[in-house]
Design a binder for this molecule. Structure first.
Ligand code: PIR
Ligand code: CA
Length: 312
């Protein structure tokens, strides 16, 4: 059983990550924290609560975190996710009130009050909350089991030629998180651009035939339209649940261990994740970071469809 904290900014694909985490029996989603990213903090926090409501998981706590990057103004991804952050579907009113207390405090308290090596952090938005948590309570770094994040890319960008949105939105926070010595897995665009919701995949989601499957399919319809209009993709890549899929079954992807760092200088490479792929692959003892490169497409979508089916 993997005990995880999902730090997210829903977001169509963040919503799919929530569904996979809730619906998979090997994942214990102990809490959701939110960060300003795809949309404003208020909007993504409402969306997280609403998606949990939709997934019959309103018992899971939600804590709101930082509303903007460390040094830069927040630039949201409304061109992709719409004005609400989850455009294209009707969102149920959350029954559970938003939990009191800042996400960063909750993350720290949760990790410090758990056995060392038992909690995995899964960031699927800008890394602001995680960076602040590591500064505020440095002892979390050795207590966290691992960080498995969606962000970056070795060979491709989506928010600039070389930078991915989550990293480019808060590059200073990303640099802090990448440079802490915890085991870190970067599930970036190299991997997530293979997680395409094809029409065949979507018809399998539709065939589940529940209110939740219709909700997920509605998310995918809007995401497909955004990616066709804005990104010249035929089918949308469903980035964020790839992190959860890796935790469920690491064999769903091929990894390459290598040093990773983040460019923070203003200019054309701002927010780029730089991978040192020279020479032979280092050992986990010598190198705490790895990057995901190749996805087992069928295994991945089977997990998602199984999770949506289980939730009912
Ligand atoms: C941002 C995202 C997705 C697509 C674009 N074009 C921009 C969001 C997703 O929620 C995901 O976490 C990450 N940021 C992918 O860049
Ligand atoms: Ca996201």
């Amino acid at each position: 059983m993997q005990h995880i904290i999902l730090d997210c900014d829903p977001g169509h694909d963040d919503a799919m990550a929530i569904l996979l985490a809730v619906g998979n029996p090997d994942i214990d989603l102990i809490g959701v924290t939110t960060v300003g990213g795809n949309q404003s903090l208020d909007k993504v926090t409402y969306n997280a609560r609403s998606v949990l409501e939709m997934a019959h998981a309103a018992d899971i706590p939600v804590h709101a975190g930082c509303d903007r990057p460390l040094l830069r103004p927040l630039e949201v991804a409304a061109s992709i996710h719409g004005e609400s952050g989850l455009d294209g579907v009707a969102l149920p009113e959350p029954t559970r009130p938003l939990d009191a207390g800042h996400a960063v405090n909750w993350i720290i308290d949760t990790i410090m009050n758990s056995e060392p090596g038992t909690i995995t952090l899964v960031p699927t938005g800008p890394l602001t909350n995680i960076a602040i948590a590591a500064r505020m309570e440095p002892r979390i770094v050795e207590r966290v089991k691992e960080v498995v994040l969606m962000g970056g890319g070795v060979h491709v960008g989506n928010w600039s030629p070389v930078a991915e949105f989550n990293i480019k939105t808060d590059p200073e926070a990303a640099r802090m998180v990448f440079r802490e010595p915890w085991p870190l897995t970067m599930v970036g665009l190299d991997l997530t651009h293979q997680a395409l919701c094809t029409p065949q995949v979507q018809s399998r989601i539709d065939a589940i035939g529940t209110e939740l499957s219709a909700f997920a399919s509605g998310l995918m319809d809007f995401f497909r339209a955004s990616y066709r209009n804005d990104e010249d993709f035929v089918d949308p890549p469903v980035h964020d649940p790839c992190t959860i899929a890796y935790l469920i079954d690491p064999d769903v992807m091929t990894m390459r261990r290598c040093p990773l760092d983040v460019e923070t200088a203003d200019g054309p490479a701002l927010g780029m994740t730089v991978a040192d792929l020279r020479g032979s692959e280092p050992s986990a003892q010598d190198c705490h970071t790895q990057v995901a490169l190749k996805l087992d497409f069928d295994r991945f979508w089977n997990m998602i469809i199984d999770a949506i089916t289980r939730i009912g």
